[in-house]
Design a protein around this ligand. Structure first.
Ligand code: NAP
Length: 329
């Protein structure tokens, strides 16, 4: 079977390659085998290939934090999922054509779910949801602000905030993104840059913003912090710049901001496996509404993994980059 592989950590499009590997074989007791239908290339996968992710396994290694697949076989004792089910895999190493995994790590989702959207279900929608529910108590009418609002996470934050009655300020780098974000339920869209706080105050009529979601780092974190109300919270959950968050100490000392961080695995680990399955099944049901859909810029075959990885690192993309290891979806 085809698989992507890295045998060194370094420049992602140079260290990743497509290889032929042994088929994983028949499922043992408690296991299932899936054909991987599609996977996205996420920023965390790029950090993984660079050797700068929190997980740095011995090499060679197969990247890939998420995928959608179809169950092709189940081992003894497995009642769920069933052969033919559409599933997402909660385990890693998904950049390949076929996986053999513990059946309990597969979440069966509505078979009608859009396959491309399901490929992106495991990481970003759950991150957006837990950023809104698990950091601090938010009531309908409260305000949040986020940068990289056009990212996969950001688009889900916008949609989920609207559903929860929370008002969102969405910071992006291009005005052309505003229309899409307003259609998803954004209350305010603004361009990143200097004087952000003054522009946000004007657009929100000075509303107190209680939570800031930062995936930029560096000066971007300070800009977002400057938009927040006193005694509010800034959560750093990603770094598009690769920089640590930087903010003036006055934000902490004088204005009482709390700075925290988020990692999906850490927050999911606080829930039971049943709750985690339910969470994903609920998010999959939301995919019936196209307003949740995240645009896909291009789909590559796995043989072109280097091109896909290169493309995924380009800024100002029109959507996510997907790879389909078993042909068209
Ligand atoms: N902590 C967690 O558990 C967790 C989970 C999921 C995701 N994340 C993080 O969340 C972030 C978004 O992930 P995603 O998959 O949703 O991303 P994505 O869809 O690939 O989008 C990338 C985003 O980053 C922006 N960007 C790229 N370079 C930038 C720069 N130099 N300055 C400012 N913005 C820049 C892009 O804006 P343009 O379109 O303007 O280029 C785009 O909005 C990533 O940092 C990822 O690592 C964290």
């Amino acid at each position: 079977m085809k698989s992507a592989l890295i045998d060194a950590y370094g420049i992602p499009e140079q260290v990743v390659r497509c290889v032929d590997r042994h088929d994983p074989g028949d499922p043992l007791e408690g296991e299932a085998v899936i054909d991987v239908l599609a996977f996205p290339i996420n920023p965390a996968d790029i950090w993984f290939c660079k050797g700068q992710y929190r997980l740095r396994p011995p090499l060679p290694a197969v990247p890939g934090a998420e995928c959608v697949g179809r169950v092709v076989a189940v081992g003894p004792g497995v009642t769920s999922p069933r052969v033919g089910d559409l599933v997402i895999n909660l385990q890693r190493e998904n950049w390949c054509a076929r996986r053999r995994v513990a059946a309990s790590d597969l979440v069966a989702i509505d078979p009608q779910t859009d396959v491309a959207q399901a490929a992106m279900l495991r990481i970003n929608p759950a991150t957006a949801l837990l950023l809104l529910t698990d950091l601090r108590r938010l009531e309908p009418g409260d305000w949040v602000i986020q940068n990289t609002a056009n990212s996969g996470v950001g688009r889900w934050v916008t949609v989920l905030a609207r559903r929860m009655g929370i008002r969102s300020v969405n910071v992006v780098r291009r005005q052309s993104l505003f229309k899409d974000l307003y259609e998803r339920g954004a209350d305010v869209c603004v361009l990143a840059g200097s004087e952000l706080a003054a522009r946000v105050r004007a657009e929100t009529d000075n509303a107190p913003i209680g939570l800031g979601l930062d995936a930029v780092g560096g000066e971007g974190s300070a800009q977002l912090a400057s938009c927040l109300a006193d005694d509010s919270m800034l959560c750093h959950y990603g770094s598009a710049t690769g920089l640590d968050p930087q903010l003036p100490r006055q934000e902490l000392m004088v204005r009482g901001l709390t700075v925290t961080g988020f990692m999906l695995g850490r927050f999911l680990a606080r829930r039971s496996p049943e709750d985690v399955h339910e969470l994903y099944q609920g998010l999959a049901r939301m995919l019936r509404n196209p307003v949740t859909h995240v645009p896909v810029q291009k789909i590559y075959p796995i043989e072109a993994i280097r091109d896909a990885v290169r493309h995924a690192q380009q800024g100002e993309r029109g959507g996510k980059i997907l790879v389909t290891p078993n042909g068209d979806i």
